[in-house]
Design a binder for this molecule. Structure first.
Ligand code: PEP
Ligand code: MG
Length: 592
């Protein structure tokens, strides 16, 4: 499928992140504003037009903000809506507007170009000042600029999936995890974005929703026009515009092969995750929404190894109450009973934010106020979640784990809060399971390095390899430009995984892996050989992982891990691992 394009066709290459092939009309959403930055020298006659456009754009933006302000006042009260006063002030700032007007006159540029240049300068200056208030103003400025540019460039301000009326392939510069979660599966055939990577939460969400997706398409959102006909190949990371009959035929064959393979893999549903030489592995599934339990049951997984609870919090106008959360956790636990469900406490921050929480903008959100750090400070939010999990624990086999633990102190603090809320529930006469097992995610190198001490305080470890790789190798997991450096088989990663497993064993606790590495067939033998007890993967990956496990010998996996632990090159490990998987489960490669 990697041949040069045929006449009439145009092939755009990106990173495949969610398998599947689809074809249909393209819908391009809110392109990036970058193109506004190209200064087009205008004729003198056009200056007046640009000034008029600026004026109209400002008026329209003001009206929109007033309208949003009214809606927020109705939903949340006047205090929450007061943030929009600051947005209105930006639009009425005479210094800013004068500067933009002067630039249009002097440099003969469009209204959007002038506004973007001037406002970027303000944003940069305000953002660099060590003052929370002024930094807030920088983020107000960004919001307002984006709204005004959308108006000037005639674009939708917010992507509203409800406005989609027919099935299409979505192309966008970026798609946040929260927007991805809003996609209607029936109307979204697939999606492609200019930026992104395999372990971004957007990609994870696409896999969990079974929507074929390609990211890192660079300039696709600028090159493709809504209405074009295209084929999206989520296996190889391609978007083929105007595919020829021959291409469509070839893809028809590929899809047939995939269906045959899926049929073959279905047999594994009732089978145990057991290697040829009798080594047992726990194979669980990752879920994002309470409704995902059906997919878990259909996949043949033995429970949930990671419930990413943040999706209960995003895309809504207020925080979920303790009762709402209790109902959600109870529903998942009851549906999967007696299988375990590992609920991860809130992991907000990084690339997942709540629109309605006024979280200050950060220079490095992945190194910032995220996950357990956020929860330990936002006690009311954490309390509601911990109480909801404790209460739901009587309804099934619930376990709980904390994300982003970096030191013992955080773990001790979180455990102390759990104890406090247990006592509260005791006083209120509300039941909870006294045996709720609590674990820690190991996804920060410092946690792996002190895993021996952490192991004394928890009942299990779950390796979050998506973050462990990002933080160990200093490779932003969202950045397609450095995706080649994101190397799961890097010797440093292999050693940290091994350290964690050994620390767990010394305290007789189990270690799982719930990052994307666990669902990659090429990584499965390595993780197994390193001594991992559980693999938790996206439901669609469960059958192939089980199929592979049942064709593998634990002794072969251990040999591979022994080699990996002494090997200085991640690439060598990958090659050896691939050779092993090709040898024991060649069908997995037939259609790759
Ligand atoms: C991980 O980091 O590997 C993980 C499972 O958590 P998330 O992908 O949600 O950050
Ligand atoms: Mg993580």
């Amino acid at each position: 499928m990697q041949e040069p394009p045929r006449s009439g066709e145009k092939v755009l290459r990106g990173i495949p992140v969610s398998p599947g092939v689809c074809r249909g009309r393209i819908l391009v959403l809110g392109k990036s504003h970058e193109e506004a930055l190209h200064p087009h020298k205008l004729d003198d006659a056009e200056i007046a037009v640009q000034l008029q456009r600026l004026e109209t754009g400002l008026v329209k933006t003001r009206q929109q903000i007033h309208q949003v302000q009214r809606q927020v006042t109705d939903a949340l009260g006047a205090q929450d809506a007061s943030i929009f006063d600051a947005h209105l002030l930006v639009l009425e700032d005479p210094t800013l507007i004068d500067e933009v007007t002067r630039m249009i006159h002097q440099d003969k540029v469009t209204a959007e170009y002038a506004f973007k240049v001037v406002s970027d300068r303000y944003i940069k200056t305000l953002g660099a000042i060590e003052d929370d208030y002024l930094r807030e103003r920088s983020s107000d400025m960004k919001d307002v600029t984006s709204r005004l540019l959308n108006n000037l460039m005639g674009r939708e301000d917010e992507f509203d999936p409800k406005k989609m009326t027919e099935p299409c392939i979505i192309i966008s510069h970026d798609l946040t995890p929260s927007r991805t979660a809003l996609l209607d599966k029936k109307l979204t055939l697939g999606f492609g974005t200019d930026i992104g990577s395999k372990t971004s939460h957007t990609a994870i969400m696409a896999r969990s929703m079974r929507i074929p997706a390609v990211v890192g398409l660079q300039t696709a959102s600028k090159e493709i026009v809504s209405g074009e006909y295209a084929l999206l190949d989520g296996y190889n990371g391609l978007i083929i515009l105007n595919p020829t009959d021959q291409t469509l035929f070839e893809y028809g064959q590929l899809v047939k092969k995939k269906v045959t393979l899926q049929e073959k893999l279905k047999d594994t549903k009732e089978q145990a995750a057991l290697t040829l030489d009798g080594h047992r592995v726990i194979l669980s599934a990752n879920v994002e929404q309470p409704g995902d339990t059906e997919a878990v049951l259909a996949s043949g997984a033995e429970g949930v190894g990671l419930f990413r609870t943040e999706y209960l919090f995003i895309n809504r106008e207020r925080l979920p109450t303790e009762e709402e959360q209790y109902q959600a956790y109870r529903q998942v636990a009851a549906a999967l009973k007696p299988s375990p469900v590992v609920i991860r406490t809130l992991d907000l921050g990084g690339d997942k934010f709540l629109a309605h929480l006024q979280v200050p903008q950060e220079m490095n959100p992945f190194l910032g106020w995220r996950a357990i750090r956020f929860c330990l400070q936002e006690r009311d939010i954490f309390r509601a979640q911990l109480r909801a999990i404790l209460r739901a624990s009587v309804e099934g086999n619930i376990k709980m784990m904390y994300p982003m633990i970096s030191c013992l102190g955080e773990l001790d603090q979180a455990n102390a809060l759990v104890e406090e809320y247990r006592q509260e529930l005791d006083k209120e006469g509300i039941p909870y399971s006294k045996d709720l097992e609590i674990g820690a995610m190991i996804e920060i190198p410092s946690a792996a390095l002190v895993a021996d001490a952490l192991a004394k305080r928890v009942k299990f470890f779950s390796l979050g390899t998506n973050d462990l790789i990002q933080y160990t190798l200093a490779v932003d997991r969202l950045n397609d430009k450095i995706a080649h450096l994101y190397e799961p088989t890097h010797p440093a990663i292999i050693r940290l995984i091994r350290m964690t497993v050994e620390a767990g064993r010394s305290q007789k606790i189990w270690t799982g892996v719930c990052g994307e590495m666990a669902g990659d067939p090429l990584m499965v033998p390595l993780l197994l050989g390193l001594g991992v007890d559980e693999l938790s993967v996206a439901p669609p990956h469960v059958p192939q992982v089980k199929y592979l496990l049942r064709r593998l010998k634990f002794s072969e996996a251990k040999e591979l891990a022994d080699f990996a632990l002494t090997c200085e090159s991640g690439n060598e490990v990958l090659k050896r691992s691939e050779a092993l998987v090709r040898q024991v489960a060649p069908s997995l490669f037939e259609t790759l």
